[in-house]
Design a protein around this ligand. Structure first.
Ligand SMILES: Nc1ncnc2c1ncn2[C@@H]1O[C@H](COP(=O)(O)OP(=O)(O)OP(=O)(O)O)[C@@H](O)[C@H]1O
Length: 814
């Protein structure tokens, strides 16, 4: 069945519902055509429609769908590369008729020509049915274990219990702390996400530095230690956010020893002020590799002669981000200098601090590059895991074989959603998640790239201007608006409900200026209202926001270990959590089979999500009634009306502008309608300014498709760009057809509208076929899809060639 409804929509602009010719079904073909012509009121209009139909490529859907049905191999054991197509109606209970079907009003067809999942969902346990498992990353029982018995001083243990409310260690802390307190060997810590690895390495370091000036019982020694006594530890982490987070944890611990000082040196901040802080004296330095290398080269006052610990947190990520050379330089420089046995003030360090330089490598997952990092940085390291039996096994075999998995208490589900329905399913899921106040406080949505994050944030945020803050009583200073979060935090009207009227939307990615990134993360962490963070993989590592109860992978991770880190943002330290993965029907369903799971991942069909999410009205910002008007109150008609609403928003001309057209075919058809020549249409093209949301949608779509081509090689069998239906995927971006310019000269984040708070508008940098190497960055960032790898570039080209051959007219590629 062709997606006929779409072709007429290509002409439609503005908010008002548009009259469409009634679509006739049943009966003989000739009669249907006759009736259709009669309805249209004449030969001319009918001709025009058929031209438009050809131009928009609507026939393509019919042919392609029919072809798919014919080539269906029907082997249920295999994931067919090209999924079956069919109506939702063919797969089970038919969806309620859409309001378009009933009334002849235009709707955006979502439920036709969709691929059918290859999994038999009825056979599988549903997400809700899974038994809750015992938490695997929770603190141990306080009766059985405490920090004092692990060898930490009374001062530190009491501080943890009374001020930080941590009475007992987690399993990884139990196994790490005694080792690092007593021994001086290198260590490789590997444990689940949210299991407390940060304190596992920080506490022994603080304990041993504290021992320079204090006895075991807490009584002071004659030696005094202060910020100028030397730099004793360096902690490296891949992202600025993670560095700041580690610093916050360490500062809390150091409140029991306020004479010790830690600081961060990270990219995106003033080097001058970092130098000044180093000059004032620091005992523990937390840094991103790029910035530390810079300081080692240029900041003379940075003396690493007293450094006893080098911690590499999220080691695999640092390798992945191209910091291998920086890490080699750092390790080399630290090892090169003579180890000072006494500090400048004559305090004897050896015996209390390790008598050699200790390197600690931390990771929740194990990748090949971690082994390489181990070779660069570790010498005879002990492998420490949460389970003693794993450690014993590894010690016996001499190998590091511990499998990584998600925390046992984390509930996981996969929603198999056709591309066209992705956007409305996401909103339905969020709507039902936040339906009741207090049910879920915070959710994180992972999206493939920064452009797409920007677009989804703009699309979902409220369009109504924010209310002015209440005036303060006289004499009181007015609260200053936080300028850093003006463009990254906004109410999310579409996903609210009468019971939960305020949900705050946040966005975070690596192309935002550092003060904006920090302020946004802070706003999300401290938000008292329910909150959603839309983000890239920049937030997948180490981020610890305790109230995150739901993680949505709207775009699957580029490699399985990244998936484990992403879902690990919830279910931390023994808390409950849920993770939902969006997959397309067909080969993507097979991805579930390679995911490490402590509990089964229950695949779910999108129908139930839509049904639940759109059981009630959808709130829409900026309209008089405040809700989305549909003439039928069924979930399916609400879904289609919402999709149409988004498509209309994208096509609405900016205030005071002439209408904007999405494709050449639209321009051509519109020029014919208005009895204009092609020349006039060309003139219009020059005059018509694009709606910024439409520009953003196109850019997001392009970047998303490029990103899709960069899944790791082993997983491309599931994420096959050549099997992706670009037209359907465009719908998930509110676009009526896929924009061109995906495969050719790829420009790096340039067409994105500049937003307040963004870093300098990076100049356009064409990288030809997308094969250029990633530029070396000052610091952390997420993937840059302008510079997709060579292989991805080739596959993109293949895909484009294939698409060009079949449907150049539909997608306007060229
Ligand atoms: N002994 C403890 N008792 C209670 N809570 C703890 C304990 N140790 C750590 N936590 C809490 O557990 C959470 C997760 O800790 P942390 O961020 O160190 O985990 P992680 O293992 O490094 O996770 P990831 O691999 O995701 O980076 C933090 O909120 C921390 O405060």
């Amino acid at each position: 069945m062709a997606d006929d409804g779409d072709m007429f929509l290509n002409f439609e602009i503005g908010d008002a519902p548009i009259k469409q010719t009634v679509k006739y079904t049943g009966g003989r073909w000739r009669d249907r055509v006759k009736a259709q012509k009669g309805e249209k009121g004449g030969q001319d209009q009918s001709k025009q429609a058929s031209t438009a139909r050809r131009d928009t490529g609507a026939d393509y859907y019919t042919n392609r769908a029919a072809k798919r049905q014919r080539t269906e191999d029907g082997d249920p054991g295999r994931f067919s590369k090209t999924p079956r197509t069919g109506n939702a109606a063919e797969r089970g209970p038919p969806p309620p008729p859409t309001h378009a079907m009933k009334t002849g009003l235009v709707s955006s067809r979502l439920f036709t020509s969709n691929p059918v999942p290859v999994t038999d969902f009825e056979e599988l346990p549903q997400a809700e049915e899974a038994e809750p498992a015992q938490p695997s990353n929770a603190p141990l029982s306080a009766e059985a274990e405490n920090f004092l018995s692990l060898g930490l001083s009374r001062r530190v243990s009491q501080h943890l219990a009374t001020k930080l409310e941590m009475k007992a260690p987690t399993a990884i802390q139990k196994n790490t702390i005694p080792q690092l307190v007593k021994e001086d060997s290198d260590a490789f810590l590997q444990a689940e996400t949210g299991s407390g690895k940060t304190l596992a390495y920080l506490l022994p370091i603080v304990h041993r530095i504290l021992a320079l000036s204090h006895n075991e019982d807490g009584t002071p020694k004659t030696t005094k230690v202060h910020r100028n006594s030397g730099l004793f530890a360096i902690i490296l982490a891949p992202t600025r956010e993670l560095c700041k987070q580690i610093a916050v944890v360490l500062e809390k611990v150091l409140r029991c020893a306020p004479w010790l000082v830690c600081t961060t040196v990270i990219g995106g901040e003033s080097k001058k002020s970092e130098k000044a802080r180093i000059r004032k004296g620091v005992n523990i330095l937390i840094a991103t590799p790029g910035r530390l290398t810079d300081h080692l080269d240029n900041t003379k006052v940075l003396d690493v002669g007293t450094v006893r610990w080098l911690v590499l947190d999220e080691g695999d990520r640092m390798m992945e981000m191209g910091f291998e050379d920086d890490i080699k330089t750092i390790v080399g420089k630290i090892r090169a200098g003579t180890l000072q046995k006494r500090n400048a003030e004559g305090v004897v360090l050896d015996g209390v601090l390790p008598s050699r330089r200790v390197t600690v490598l931390c990771s929740a997952t194990m990748k090949m590059n971690v082994q390489k990092l181990g070779e660069i940085s570790l010498e005879d390291a002990v492998h420490i895991t949460a389970s003693k039996s794993d450690m014993e096994k590894d010690a016996e075999t001499g190998a590091v074989e511990t499998a990584f998995s998600a925390p046992a208490q984390l509930k996981q589900a996969a929603i198999v959603t056709p591309a066209k329905l992705r956007l409305v399913t996401l909103i339905a899921l969020l709507k039902s998640t936040f339906a009741r106040k207090g049910s879920v406080m915070k959710a994180i949505i992972f999206i493939s790239c920064a452009d797409s994050v920007d677009y989804h944030f703009e699309l979902l945020k409220s369009t109504t201007p924010r209310a002015e803050p209440e005036p303060k009583p006289e004499g009181e200073a007015p609260t200053k608006p936080n300028i850093h979060i003006e463009s990254t935090v906004a109410p999310a009207t579409y996903i609210t409900s009468p019971a939960n009227p305020t949900v705050m939307l946040h966005k975070l990615h690596g192309s935002l200026a550092q003060p904006v990134r920090s302020a946004t993360l802070k706003a999300f962490s401290e938000c008292k209202d329910p909150a959603v963070l839309i983000t890239t993989d920049i937030s997948s590592r180490g981020l610890d926001v305790p109230a995150v109860e739901l993680v949505i992978e709207y775009d699957p991770a580029f490699a399985v270990p990244d998936h484990v880190h992403r879902i690990g943002r919830t279910a931390r330290a023994g808390r409950a959590g849920k993770a939902v993965l969006f997959l397309l029907p067909g080969s993507e369903e097979g991805y579930i089979s390679i995911l490490p799971k402590s509990t089964p991942i229950a695949p779910q069909l999108y129908d139930s999500i839509l049904q639940k999410g759109f059981a009630t009205n959808i709130n829409v910002p900026g309209t008089e009634s405040g809700v989305l008007e549909t003439d039928r109150q069924s979930w399916a008609s609400r879904a289609e009306a919402l999709q149409l609403h988004f498509e209309q928003r994208l096509l609405a001309p900016p205030p005071g502008a002439t209408p904007v057209f999405e494709s050449k075919s639209e321009k051509f058809a519109a020029s014919k309608q208005g009895k204009k020549g092609k020349k006039d249409a060309k003139k219009d093209e020059n005059k018509t300014p694009d709606n910024p949301l439409l520009v953003s949608a196109r850019q997001a779509f392009r970047s998303h498709i490029r990103a899709y081509a960069t899944h790791v090689r082993e997983e491309r069998i599931y994420f096959d760009i050549t099997a992706l239906h670009l037209g359907h995927m465009a719908k998930a971006f509110g676009l009526r057809e896929a924009p061109g310019g995906i495969g050719g000269g790829v420009s790096r984040r340039t067409h994105r509208p500049v937003q307040p708070g963004d870093k300098t508008n990076k100049t356009s940098k064409s990288v030809g076929d997308g094969t250029a190497r990633r530029p070396k960055k000052d610091d952390d960032d997420e993937r840059d899809f302008g510079a997709a790898d060579e292989d991805a570039g080739r596959r993109m080209k293949e895909k484009m060639k294939m698409m060009m051959g079949n449907m150049a007219s539909e997608f306007n590629l060229g």
